[in-house]
Design a protein around this ligand. Structure first.
Ligand code: MOS
Length: 703
C-alpha cells in the first residue's frame, strides 16, 4: 500500500496521523454487537410480509390460520395497527416516506410494499407464519417504465432548486464551433450494505427505547417522536455499530413496525430486513436518463451548457436524484441551463445513495466533456482547466477553496498522463485493447448543527459524548483524534461515545458532513473545558462536563460555494473477443479539506472509487415489466465489484484545509465515487473508440 501524502500536522499531532479504528479489535473479534444481535429478555421477533402485486388494494388478510401456528403472537396489518402521524417535516426538512409509515391503509403502490408484520417467539416461527399468511389483492394495472420522453415528468426541487437558467442557450449552441448533444442513462442501483436494517423496540418504565442501525440517532428519535406523537424525552434511540449505511439507513419500515408491535404486545420486538426485503424497503438509487448539450469554441471554451436529468420516484413519495446539480458547480458558460425532473411510477421510493445526484450526474457530464475534448482535439485535462470558473457558475459565490487544478496536475504526474497518445483504439496487449481516461469530481462540503458533551474525568482521562454515527467510516476514530488535539492530550486519554440520542441533537452521518459537523462541536466544547481547567479547578468524582452547540457558529458562516474536488484516472483493458472490461489501475487525487485520519480517509476514498468501478461495469437492478418486481433481488443476482474486479486503486490528496472550519475539515464520505464511472467509461472509449453512454458497460454492450 502506498502511503498517502499527509498535509502539515499540528504540534499536537493526533489529527493528520494514521490511526487504526479504536473499535477495530472489537469488530474483528465479534465483541462489537450489531443491532440485530444484542440480546434482550423476553424478545419477540417480527417478520415483514411484502405485497406480491405491483398495484392495487388489499382485499383480505387471512390471519386466523397463522395465529394458530406455533409461537405466533400477533399479525399487524392496516386493519389493526396503531395509527401514526405522517403530516410533519423531520430533521432533514422533509416529510417521511410513507413506505416507513406501515399499515395505515389498504393501498399497494408497488411490488414489495409492506402489508403485514407477523410476530412470534422466534425468528423461525415468525418467518414460517409470514410465509404462510394468505393476502389477497384487487390488482390494478401498473406502469414502471422510465423513459426520456415521459409526458408526465415534471420539475422537482428535492434539496435544491429544480431548474436554473442564464443566457440564451439556443444562441450559445448556434454560435459554437463544436457541439456535443447526447443522452446518457444509468440504471437502478442498490446500497445493499453488509449489515441489514435491524431494530429492536421496547417500552421500559414509560420510555420507548429503540436499538437500531442508523445514520443518526437523534434523527430517528425525532421521527419516531413525531410519528407516534410522543414526548421528546420519552424516546431514546441507540445505534452503536453500523455495518454500512450509504444513505439508506434512515427511518424505514423496520423501526416503525417494531415500535408498533412492542406497543401492542408490551414486550421487546425485533424486526430485521432480509437481504431480499432490502431491495424493496431500503430505498435505492433511481435510474436516470440525462441529456447533456455542450457548445464550445474550437479552443474548447464553453459557450453553452445544458444538463437535464430525469429520475423515477414512487407514487407515494417524491424523491429527486439531482443529476444536473453537479453542472451548477463544475462548469460555467454564458448560456447555462440545468434541470432535475421526476416521474411517478409504480415502483418503490428511491432514496439517498452515496453521492446522490453527483454519482450519476458526473457520469453524464464528465463523459460529455471527454466527447467534447475528442471533438475539439484538446486534451481532456486541458479542456477542464480551460473551463475552470472563478466563482460558482450558478450561485455567483466565491469558492471556499477550489483546488481542482492541483488535483489534475498531481494526478497527471503520478498517473503518467503526459505520455498518453490521444488516439483511441491503437494500443494492444495480446487480445486486450488498452485505454486510459480521466474525469473530475466534486461534492458539497457542509456542516450541520450539533451538540457535544466533553467531560474531564477525575482520573485524568476525557470522555466525549456525541450522537454521531460511525457507519463504517471510522468516524469514531477521527473524532478521537480531533478531541485529543483540542484537549492537548493523547488519543489514548480520550474515549468517544457515540450513537445515543440521549447525548443531544447532532448532525447525521450524511451528505459528507458528519465528521466535520461533530468535530466542530467537540472542538468548541473542548476549548471551553480547557479554559476551565486552566483556572486550576479541581475535578470532582463525577468529572467536569461542558456542552457545546454549534448552531450559532454555523449560522454566522459567510455564504460561499463550499465543495471538495477531485481528479479521477483509470486504465482499462478491453477483451475484444468477449467484451469483458477490466480496470487495471485507478488513481484519485482529491482536495477534500484537512485529512483527519489518513488511514480511514483513504479507505473512504478508495471505497468510493471501487464503487465507481462497480457502477461502471456491474451494478444494474432490472425490473420485470410484468410483475413490477426485480429480477434476482439479492447479491447473487445484483452484481457488485468483488476482489477480482478491483486492481491497484490508489487515493491521495493535496493540501486543502477549509479556511472557515476550526479543524480545516471538508469531508471525504462521498466524493470517491464521483467521476469514477466516467473515468472508466472514458478509458473504454480510449481503448476501443466506442462511446458507452449507458451504464453498466456490460460485455454484450461492448461487443
Ligand atoms: Mo449519504 S447518501 O448522505 O448517506
Amino acid at each position: 500500500m502506498t502511503t498517502a501524502t499527509t498535509g502539515p500536522t499540528t504540534a499536537k499531532g493526533a489529527v493528520g496521523t494514521a490511526h487504526t479504528r479504536v473499535e477495530g479489535r472489537d469488530k474483528v473479534t465479534g465483541a462489537a454487537r450489531y443491532a440485530g444481535e444484542i440480546p434482550f429478555a423476553d424478545l419477540a421477533h417480527g417478520w415483514l410480509v411484502l405485497s406480491t402485486v405491483a398495484r392495487g388494494r388489499i382485499r383480505s388478510i387471512d390471519t386466523d390460520p397463522v395465529l394458530g401456528m406455533p409461537g405466533v403472537l400477533a399479525v399487524l396489518h392496516h386493519g389493526n395497527a396503531p395509527r401514526v402521524d405522517t403530516d410533519y417535516v423531520g430533521m432533514l426538512g422533509i416529510p417521511p416516506d410513507p413506505t416507513a409509515a406501515v399499515f395505515q391503509n389498504d393501498r399497494v403502490p408497488h411490488a414489495g410494499w409492506p402489508v403485514a408484520l407477523v410476530v412470534a417467539g422466534t425468528p423461525e416461527q415468525a418467518r414460517e407464519a409470514a410465509e404462510a399468511l394468505v393476502v389477497t389483492y384487487d390488482t390494478e394495472p401498473h406502469d414502471i417504465t422510465l423513459s426520456a420522453d415521459r409526458p408526465d415528468a415534471y420539475p422537482a426541487d428535492g434539496h435544491m432548486p429544480a431548474e436554473t437558467e442564464k443566457g440564451d442557450l439556443a444562441a450559445g449552441l448556434a454560435a459554437s464551433a463544436v457541439v456535443v448533444d447526447e443522452e446518457y442513462t444509468t440504471p437502478e442501483e442498490h446500497h445493499s450494505m453488509m449489515e441489514p436494517h435491524a431494530a429492536t423496540a421496547l417500552w421500559d418504565g414509560g420510555r420507548l427505547e429503540v436499538v437500531d442501525s442508523n445514520q443518526g440517532t437523534t434523527w430517528i428519535q425525532g421521527e419516531l417522536v413525531k410519528m407516534f406523537s410522543l414526548d421528546e424525552s420519552s424516546v431514546r434511540v441507540r445505534s452503536e455499530h453500523v455495518g454500512g449505511g450509504f444513505g439508506s439507513k434512515g427511518l424505514r419500515a423496520h423501526q416503525v413496525s417494531a415500535v408498533m408491535a412492542a406497543t401492542v404486545l408490551h414486550r421487546p420486538v425485533r424486526v430485521v430486513m432480509t437481504r431480499r426485503q432490502m431491495f424493496s424497503l431500503a430505498g435505492y438509487r433511481s435510474p436516470t436518463t440525462q441529456h447533456v448539450r455542450l457548445g464550445a469554441g474550437a479552443d474548447g471554451r464553453l459557450r453553452a451548457l445544458e444538463h437535464r436529468s430525469l429520475n423515477q420516484t414512487s407514487t407515494v413519495y417524491e424523491f429527486v436524484e439531482p443529476g444536473a446539480g453537479v453542472a451548477r458547480v463544475m462548469y460555467d458558460a454564458g448560456a447555462h441551463r440545468t434541470a432535475n425532473h421526476v416521474v411517478r411510477l409504480d415502483v418503490p421510493s428511491p432514496t439517498f445513495m452515496r453521492a446522490p445526484g453527483e454519482a450519476p450526474g458526473s457520469f453524464a457530464i464528465e463523459s460529455a466533456f471527454d466527447e467534447l475534448a475528442e471533438r475539439c482535439g484538446v486534451d481532456p485535462i486541458d479542456l477542464r482547466l480551460r473551463n475552470e470558473p472563478e466563482v460558482g457558475p450558478v450561485s455567483g459565490l466565491p469558492f471556499s477553496g477550489r483546488n481542482l487544478a492541483a488535483c489534475f496536475n498531481e494526478g497527471a504526474r503520478r498517473f503518467g498522463w503526459a505520455e498518453r497518445d490521444p488516439r483511441p483504439g491503437v494500443r494492444r496487449d495480446g487480445r486486450w485493447l488498452l485505454g486510459t481516461g480521466t474525469a473530475a469530481a466534486s461534492f458539497q462540503a457542509g456542516a450541520g448543527p450539533s451538540t457535544a458533551l466533553v467531560t474531564a474525568e477525575a482520573d485524568g482521562t476525557f470522555t466525549v459524548r456525541i450522537a454521531a454515527a460511525d457507519i463504517g467510516t471510522g468516524a469514531r476514530t477521527a473524532l478521537t483524534l480531533v478531541a485529543a488535539d483540542a484537549l492537548d492530550v493523547t488519543p489514548e486519554q480520550v474515549r468517544v461515545r457515540i450513537g445515543d440520542s440521549d447525548f443531544g441533537p447532532a448532525m447525521i452521518a450524511g451528505g459528507s458532513m458528519g465528521t466535520r459537523s461533530w468535530a466542530w462541536a467537540i472542538t468548541e466544547a473542548a476549548r471551553e473545558l480547557r479554559e476551565r481547567l486552566a483556572l486550576g479547578t479541581s475535578i470532582p468524582p463525577e468529572g467536569i462536563t461542558v456542552r457545546s452547540d454549534t448552531t450559532a457558529a454555523l449560522g454566522a458562516l459567510a455564504q460561499k460555494e463550499r465543495h471538495s474536488f477531485g481528479a479521477q484516472f483509470a486504465e482499462v483493458a478491453v477483451d475484444t473477443a468477449t467484451g469483458e472490461v477490466r480496470v487495471r489501475r485507478m488513481l484519485g487525487i482529491f482536495a477534500a479539506g484537512r485529512i483527519v485520519n489518513p488511514l480511514t480517509a483513504r479507505n473512504q476514498l478508495v471505497g468510493g472509487m471501487v464503487w465507481g468501478i462497480s457502477m461502471a461495469l456491474h451494478e444494474e437492478a432490472v425490473r420485470d415489466r410484468a410483475s413490477g418486481g426485480l429480477y434476482g433481488p439479492d447479491l447473487a443476482g445484483y452484481h457488485v465489484a468483488t476482489h477480482a474486479d478491483v486492481p491497484d486503486v490508489e487515493a491521495d490528496w493535496v493540501d486543502d484545509p477549509d479556511p472557515d472550519d476550526p479543524v480545516g475539515i471538508k469531508g471525504v464520505g462521498e466524493i470517491g465515487i464521483v467521476g469514477a464511472a466516467a473515468a472508466v467509461a472514458n478509458a473504454v472509449w480510449h481503448a476501443t473508440g466506442v462511446r458507452h453512454r449507458s451504464l453498466p458497460i456490460r460485455p454484450d454492450r461492448v461487443l
